[in-house]
Write a protein that binds this ligand. Structure first.
Ligand code: IVH
Length: 678
């Protein structure tokens, strides 16, 4: 090798190491070291060298994460050691029985357990020879599974090579591949918009993604692998406890669950369950229970197995997030933007901790995809705070009198024509504010807490005001004081409540520029976009006349939003409404006093979580932003400070683990006061 060629070769090795290090920091540690653009730059540089010298290709190069398609499906491979399943305990007494059984068999008073969240994905066994990933196999029937190595390699949290100089000759690492909730929701939202098949739950999405014959499809799916045990090893002395084994896997570059914990005795196991059951909704991934494992490996070996499950471990399941019920009817609702949404009325069912009696069916395609009929038995899923979904029709249970659902061919409220934009799944009413339903929804949005925040103007009252013709546009809200008598005649409105309502309408006239723009209800313009627009265009006039090209310049505004915004302001009736509101006295403080470069929190990223008592979370966020801070929804290494109110959950835990400064309500109020925001 010439000196120059050798230099290029060394450069390639350095790039591989650098990129793998960035990738580990990002995908395993959640602490990105460089911006994505820098990663991409190094990746391209590496790719160029590899193309020039294909003979140099390294097995752990990040470019090897997307491989060739397997020709004939996946080969079946026997597991070196069977992949077992777990027995279930459905309540505390069953868990106590388990602990008692173990104590008796081991003839001891107290047993140490390792408690871990039971991740809801697909099990995988990864074989490393001399530290290099050689095979990834699904659980299959526990004795043998499918070789899905090319797909596994596309998952960034799976190390292609162990991060150690002295790897075992052979080690088989077992773990769960899962799809975090956010990625799952994005994937399904995209499928819904395109009218494609949606996944029932993150577990099915993970399993389905792994079984794609084309690894490029798997690569595009947001999958994560978390290691939970060592299945088999050669040429290596395993640590004495399961917990230390997992810590070792962490050091080798695997993601391990940061909530795992060593505890002693049954009561501590129950406490752990209770704590996680509470946190479950706020975790970024689905868990369906807790796994308890006797921690000492020597004791595990002593206890052994019965049939297909170990005696030394048990799964305690959380309450179900999926239940069965029947569709009693399907109604069609008209939303603020005219979208017609079918809603299933259900026989009430208790699922995911609440009683569910309605579920959205999203759009016409979704009805067809599910093949739903009135009278059908369906599976309803409610996970965390996510709205309930119908995920499957149990066609084999379909009653004889089941009736097909027919989508209306005119607006069910105002009888205007319906339209469907090509390539979109939504069908909309063309009536605009002539449509009573759209008017009501627009008004509800206009007065809502994050918009003009008019207290006392609830949904029921808005419905009456529209039905009686007293309010035809948002401007009419500000002339309601001229109609006091009519207000007094409304249901549940006495002298006092009318006075209160009029006072809060008056108060709402003094608002903020970003709230005003949000309140207009422009399609796709949520709170954050409204804020970005008003930050970019200092004066309303500039925003009203901005071209789509100028709008695209705004942070987070793409061509679709730009189109919606400019279309909205091109409608004379919208401009009339805006003028009407301004004439009625709606106003906001003009321009910030400080030039941007002097804002005291410029460049700082804050996250606000938990419940606050003196101010709402949104008010605190507004004030932090006024002072120049960026407010983010999730904690990462880039967070400068977490504001944590009462009952702060996983964000607080994460901030603590990352050593991020934490402020309570009192501290943040003191800071905001000092900086003049309060
Ligand atoms: S241990 C012998 N730990 O649950 C021990 N399993 O029925 C076997 N799972 O399909 C597994 N999280 O994929 C273990 N922290 C965890 C787990 C876990 C999820 C899955 C596993 C298997 C099923 C067991």
């Amino acid at each position: 090798m010439s000196q120059e060629t050798d230099k290029l070769y060394q450069q390639m090795l350095a790039l591989i190491e650098q990129l793998n290090d960035y990738s580990y920091a990002y995908h395993v540690k959640d602490q990105p070291k460089v911006p994505d653009a820098e990663y991409d730059r190094c990746y391209l540089e590496l790719q160029a060298i590899e193309q020039q010298h294909p003979e140099w290709l390294q097995i752990n190069s990040p470019t090897q994460r997307v491989g060739e398609k397997p020709d004939n499906g996946f080969a079946n491979v026997a597991h070196t050691v069977p992949m077992l399943s777990l027995d279930n305990a459905f309540d505390n007494p069953a868990l106590e029985d388990f602990d008692q059984r173990i104590r008796k068999l081991l003839n001891t008073d107290k047993v140490q357990y390792c408690c871990e969240p039971k991740l809801d994905g697909a099990a995988i066994s990864l074989r490393y020879e001399d530290g290099v990933l050689v095979r990834g196999v699904t659980r299959g029937d526990g004795l043998s599974g499918e070789d899905i190595t090319s797909n596994i390699k596309t998952i960034h949290s799976v190390p292609l090579k162990l991060r150690t100089e002295n790897p075992p000759a052979v080690v088989e690492v077992r773990g769960e591949i899962y799809m975090p909730k956010e990625g799952f929701e994005k994937l399904n939202k995209l499928a819904l918009e395109k009218g494609e098949k949606m996944f029932v739950n993150p577990r099915n999405a993970a399993a389905g993604s792994l079984r794609q014959l084309d690894p490029k499809i798997t690569a595009a799916r947001p999958l994560v692998m978390c290691a939970y045990s060592i299945g088999y090893a050669e040429g290596w002395q395993q640590p004495a406890s399961h917990y230390d084994g997992l810590v070792q896997l962490g050091e080798w570059g695997f993601r391990i669950n940061d909530l795992m914990m060593q505890v002693e005795g049954a009561q501590a196991c129950i406490d752990y369950y209770d704590k996680l059951n509470e946190q479950r909704g706020s975790l970024s991934y689905d868990i369906d229970g807790i796994v308890y494992k006797v921690d000492q490996i020597a004791l595990q070996n002593q206890l052994g197995f019965i049939a297909r499950a170990p005696r030394w471990a048990i799964a305690r399941k959380f309450p179900a997030q999926e239940e069965m019920t029947q569709i009693e009817d399907v109604d069609f609702q008209v939303g603020r933007t005219g979208a017609i949404t079918p809603v299933a009325r259900l026989k009430p069912v208790f699922v995911g901790g609440v009683t569910v009696s309605n579920a959205t069916l999203h759009n016409k395609d979704e009805i067809a995809r599910l093949g739903i009929q009135v009278g059908d038995w369906v599976i309803v899923r409610r996970a965390g705070d996510v709205i309930p979904q119908i995920v499957q029709v149990l066609t084999e249970r379909r009653p004889e009198q089941a009736k097909a659902v027919s989508f209306p061919d005119a607006c069910p409220v105002c009888q205007s024509d319906l339209e469907q934009v090509e390539g979109e799944a939504v069908i909309r009413c063309t009536g605009g504010l002539v449509c009573g339903a759209q008017l009501k929804e627009s008004l509800k949005h206009f007065v809502s807490r994050k918009a003009l925040d008019i207290d006392g103007l609830g949904d029921k009252l808005i419905e009456q005001l529209v039905d009686q013709g007293l309010v035809k546009t948002p401007v009419d809200i500000f002339t309601l004081h001229e109609n006091k008598d009519s207000l007094l005649n409304m249901e549940r409105m006495g002298q006092k409540s009318v006075e209160k309502l009029l006072a809060s309408i008056d108060k709402a006239k003094h608002t903020q520029y970003n709230r005003f723009v949000y309140a207009l209800g422009i399609r796709e313009v949520g709170e954050a976009t409204a804020r970005a627009l008003t930050k970019h265009f200092d004066a309303l006039d500039e925003l009203l006349t901005a071209s789509p090209e100028a709008l695209i310049e705004v942070d987070d505004v793409g061509p679709v939003v730009a189109q919606h915004v400019s279309h909205f302001f091109a409608q004379t009736q919208n401009i009339d409404t805006i003028q009407g509101l301004l004439s009625a006295g709606v106003e906001w403080p003009k321009k910030q006093q400080l030039p941007e470069s002097e804002l005291p929190l410029l460049g700082k990223t804050y996250v606000v979580t938990g419940s606050l008592s003196r101010f709402s979370r949104d008010q605190v966020k507004d004030k932090l932003q006024q002072l120049g801070a960026k407010v983010s929804g999730s904690v990462s290494a880039k967070t400068d400070c977490l504001v944590a109110g009462e009952k702060a959950g996983s964000k607080l835990a994460k901030a603590q683990s990352l050593d991020i400064p934490i402020m309570d309500e009192e501290a943040v109020i003191a800071m905001l006061t000092e900086l003049g925001a309060i």
